[in-house]
Design a protein around this ligand. Structure first.
Ligand code: ADP
Ligand code: MG
Length: 972
């Protein structure tokens, strides 16, 4: 395609570094790039400089990028040159942002608008300036994904897959691609918008797509002039948002083998090849592999032809992306095909600053090493700790006392309640019994004089039966007596100690008073009744007496009247004087008798009256007794309610106390766990740091040796075969050492980056806590000691801010170490060195000895390493088995303990229901749980040990047996 006489137009390269994005900031990433003011130069690490046509630092606005780099292309476009703008870089480096691949019309006047919309605006501006010609503008927008071309302007639902045709006249054509003729800038930008949204839809459906697809927005410009209006110039502008370059690493982007790219992105790979073929002076005129991919075929027009091409190499400034950034820088460098001659043009002030910064960094690394890799643990004031533990101690003893007292209280109250319940019950039973007894007593059977019956009876059997009945009669009577006696006795009051018990005591005192009075009254009533019953026979007797007396009085009266009558008649008859004397006497006698009897009668009736009144008072008393009983029941109910209320309250309080205790326990445990976690983390971090430091040293030594070897080489240049062999050997072994230690350093770098990320996360979480004023969340891996939480919020905040400070120092140290290590890796992994690597072998003799050395080196290392590894593996396996056994045992133990714990728990639960307080048992339970937890943790540790042992073994295996996996890099 290329013609010998064609003027070579250099591919221009603009380097664009975006600012750190929030994600990187959150992960604690540092900027690893320096921009030289006033120079199109960027420095990676401390001294690795790259120069491009334009370098845009993170502060550069879109407008500047456009004006400086893109705008000049457009004048070429109007002159008939094809032009291409390629955005290259790893995913997330700002390609789409720079190109305007997310443009929507809403953004129209914003400064963040990317290249394409600005190009459109500019083209129409230019067009309006050139009135002498007629312009026809067409746009197309396509996407290449998986070597398939998709039309982004096609509106139909199922988009056809397009194919490329090569027309001898018109060049490359895409069959069926929508080419939209546009008249205004709005129309053109509208096409961009439509295509962008189509691209977005596609990439959400298939997430990986956007970083693996190329988007090409093409503007073709047809210029007509003259009377026939004939086309005199056709030019095309391709604006390309390339796929993310990071995948190229795996395909060895520097190699020019295509087959590796099949599964990855063929387009990007062949673009690289095309660019180097076009750019390399030495390859000038040789075959350019355009046909290797759709992308290069489509860009064929504009690459290497009459085209101005600009590559915008997008990079991230974050140190975590340093490898990708360097890859991009190298790729862009090659694209520019200009051999770099790194010149550091830094002004004196900046140089001093840089020196000081580096010194600080070195000091930080030293500090880190001196500390053994860990920042100090937050030093909580010892006094406060003591105070807290004292307070805790006091709290505990108070709680214990409280428990004891509540227990006593509960017991006393329980007893009281029980007693009163019993009283009520006995009372009721008593009443019933008395009722029954009364009934029985009233029963006719009791009234029969059985003694008499027995005496009169002759039948022996009947006699015996009656005897039994008589015994029953006795028993009834006896019972009655006993009941009376029982009712008379009253219970003695208990002494109450607790507050609640005092109230209860008051109530019970009232109750007892009441009982006493009641008992007295009842006794009184009983006595009265008894009196009455005793009185009854007398009464009847008296009544009979009265009757007989009355009849006697009547008969006496009669006799008297008769006598008086006789006396009257006798007066007339003196003969009868003697008789009448007798009669008078008798009369007197009778009168005396009558008055006597009358008196007696009077007495009797008095007695009767008395009885009546006593019955009345008994009834009244009984009424009173009933009222009092009701009152007593009321009182007792009140007491019962009170004690029930108290019981509930106490239950609640007990529960609360338990919960508090539980909380406290949990907190303490959490604290322990956090401390343990922290220790673990600190250990891991220290180990990693130490390892990284060791790797750093190893690399440094190797580099040192390399330069020494290089020096020596000059001396021994001419010393024949022996000299050659030893020189080659020293060089080769050193080279291997450099490579191996570089790889190792890379691995440690990755670790350090990861650690820093974790630290940064912790910091931001702590900050959030501080801002929101929340209590720390346990979920977060924290280093805060929870004990400080007990001391209120202010202290908590202080401790958090201290924590943040510590973590920040740690992060700073880690950043320093990262920068340090990256610098070493950069030194070792220099591109120039890679090229030079084999340059030192110039003769067959050298090559042969190198091969020999390599061979023996490989064999010896692999053999010895193999043997060593095998024995190690065996050991590790044995260890593994041992650990598994231990683990198994521990698990079993744990499960039995769990069961014990469960049963214990159940038991305790039961006891808890019986008793109000079970704090001691709980204490035991807590111990058990803690033991349990301890065992669990131990298990965890065993597991970890086992795992790390396995990983170690695996790593050893991998690193020492290169034949097993991949060969060490750099030997191709
Ligand atoms: P890419 O297309 O290379 O994968 P993007 O263009 O999507 O990357 O950019 C990734 C993120 O970085 C986006 O959120 C974008 O807004 C932001 N970004 C890129 N470049 C810049 C810049 N120059 N200034 C500010 N933010 C940028
Ligand atoms: Mg993108």
């Amino acid at each position: 395609m290329t013609k010998e006489d064609d003027k070579v137009i250099p591919v221009r390269v603009a380097l664009r570094c975006r600012p750190l994005v929030p994600k990187e900031i959150n992960e604690g990433c540092q900027c690893c790039l320096t921009f030289v003011p006033g120079e199109p130069q960027v420095v990676v690490g401390s001294d690795k400089a790259f120069t491009y046509d334009y370098v845009f630092d993170p502060t550069t606005e879109q407008e500047e990028v456009f004006n400086m780099a893109v705008s000049p292309l457009l004048s070429g476009l109007f002159k008939g040159y094809n032009a291409t703008v390629l955005a290259y870089g790893q995913t997330g480096s700002g390609k789409t942002f720079s190109m305007g691949g997310t443009y929507t019309s809403a953004q129209e006047n914003e400064p963040t608008v990317g290249v394409i919309p600005r190009v459109v605006r500019k083209i129409f501006q230019e067009k309006s300036k050139r009135m002498d010609s007629e312009f026809l503008l067409n746009v197309s927008y396509l996407e290449i994904y998986n070597e398939e071309i998709l039309d982004l302007l096609c509106t139909s639902k199922d988009k056809p897959v397009l194919s490329i045709r090569e027309d001898p006249k018109e060049g490359i054509k895409i069959v069926g691609l929508t080419e939209k003729a546009v008249l205004t800038a709005q129309e053109m930008v509208g096409c961009l918008e439509v295509g962008n949204s189509a691209r977005t839809v596609g990439s959400t459906a298939m997430n990986a797509a956007s970083s693996r697809s190329h988007a090409i927005f093409t503007i073709s410009l047809e210029q007509r002039r003259g009377s026939e209006n004939s086309v005199f110039r056709i030019s095309k502008l391709h604006l390309v948002d390339l796929a993310g370059s990071e995948r190229q690493k795996k395909t060895k982007a520097e190699g020019d083998r295509l087959k590796e790219g099949i599964s990855i992105n063929r387009g990007l790979l062949s673009l690289g090849n095309v660019i180097s073929a076009l750019g390399d002076e030495s390859k000038k005129g040789s075959f350019v592999p355009y046909r290797d991919s759709k992308l290069t075929r489509l860009l064929q027009d504009s690459l290497g032809g009459n085209s101005h091409t600009l590559m915008i190499a997008c990079i991230s400034p974050a140190d975590s992306n340093i490898e990708e950034t360097i890859n991009t820088l190298r790729y862009a460098d090659r694209a520019r095909k200009i051999k770099n001659k790194p010149v550091l043009n830094i002004d004196p002030q900046a140089a001093e600053m840089k020196r000081l910064k580096q010194q600080v960094q070195e000091l930080q690394v030293m500090l880190l090493h001196a500390r053994g890799g860990v920042a100090p643990v937050s030093n909580i004031n010892i006094n406060t700790t003591e105070n807290v533990s004292k307070i805790l101690e006091k709290n505990r003893s108070l709680q214990e006392e409280n428990t004891k007292l509540s227990r006593e209280l509960g017991e006393a109250v329980g007893q009281t309640a029980m007693m009163f319940e019993r009283i009520i019950m006995t009372e009721q039973a008593n009443e019933k019994l008395q009722g029954k007894l009364e009934e029985l007593r009233a029963h006719a059977a009791c009234k029969v004089d059985l003694q008499k019956v027995v005496e009169t009876l002759e039948d022996q059997e009947l006699k015996e039966n009656v005897e039994v009945i008589r015994n029953l009669q006795h028993i009834i009577l006896e019972l009655q007596v006993r009941v009376t006696r029982y009712a008379m006795t009253s219970e003695s009051p208990e002494a109450y100690t607790t507050q609640h018990a005092l109230r209860q005591a008051q109530l019970s005192k009232e109750l007892i008073e009441l009982n006493k009075v009641l008992a007295l009254k009842e006794a009184f009533v009983k006595k009265m009744c008894q009196n009455d019953s005793q009185l009854e026979p007398i009464q009847t007797e008296h009544q009979e007496n009265i009757k007989s007396l009355q009849s006697a009085v009547g008969s006496l009266q009669k006799e008297k009247e008769e006598l008086i009558l006789a006396l009257h008649s006798a007066k007339k008859d003196t003969n009868q004087a003697k008789l009448s004397e007798q009669r008078r006497k008798r009369l007197q006698e009778l009168e005396g008798q009558i008055t006597d009897l009358k008196k007696k009668l009077q007495d009797q009736s008095k007695l009767l009256k008395l009885k009546e009144s006593s019955v009345r008072s008994v009834a009244k008393l009984n009424q009173e007794i009933q009222a009092m009983k009701a009152q007593r029941v009321q009182l007792m109910r009140q007491m019962k309610e009170d004690s029930e209320k108290f019981r509930l309250w106490k239950q609640k309080k007990d529960k609360e106390v338990m919960q508090l205790k539980e909380k406290d326990r949990k907190r303490q445990y959490e604290m322990l766990k956090l401390e343990r976690d922290f220790q673990k983390q600190a250990n891991v971090l220290r180990r990693k740091t130490e390892e990284a430091a060791a790797a750093n040293k190893r690399l440094k030594d190797a580099l040192q040796k390399r330069s020494e070897v290089a020096e020596k080489r000059k001396d021994v240049q001419s010393r024949g075969m022996e000299g050659v062999a030893s020189r080659v050997k020293a060089w080769l072994l050193n080279e291997v050492e450099v490579l191996v230690s570089t790889e190792e350093a890379r691995r440690h770098l990755q670790d350090l980056l990861e650690d820093r990320k974790i630290l940064a996360e912790e910091i931001s979480q702590l900050r959030q806590q501080m801002d929101s004023g929340e209590r720390p969340v346990a979920k977060v891996r924290r280093r805060t000691l929870t004990i400080s939480e007990l001391e209120g919020k202010g202290d908590l905040e202080a401790s958090i801010s201290k924590q943040v400070e510590n973590l920040e120092t740690e992060m700073g140290l880690r950043s320093a170490q990262i920068a340090d290590l990256q610098q070493k890796v950069l030194d070792a992994d220099n591109e120039g060195r890679m090229k030079q690597r084999w340059d030192s072998i110039t003769t067959i003799v050298e090559a042969k000895s190198a091969l020999k050395i390599l061979m023996s080196e490989v064999i010896s290392t692999s053999k010895t390493a193999n043997a060593k590894l095998e024995s190690e593996l065996k050991q590790e396996q044995a260890n593994h088995i041992d650990l598994q056994k231990v683990l198994f045992d521990e698990r079993r133990l744990m499960s039995t303990m769990e069961m014990e714990h469960q049963s214990h728990l159940v038991e305790l639960e039961q006891r808890h229901q019986e008793k109000a307080s079970v704090s001691e048992e709980l204490e035991k339970m807590r111990e058990l749980t803690e033991q349990n937890q301890k065992l669990k943790d131990e298990n965890e540790q065993y597991k970890q040990v086992r795992e790390s042992a396995c990983t170690n073994a695996y790593y050893l295996l991998q690193s020492n047996m290169p034949g097993c996996t991949t060969s060490p890099p750099g030997f191709n």
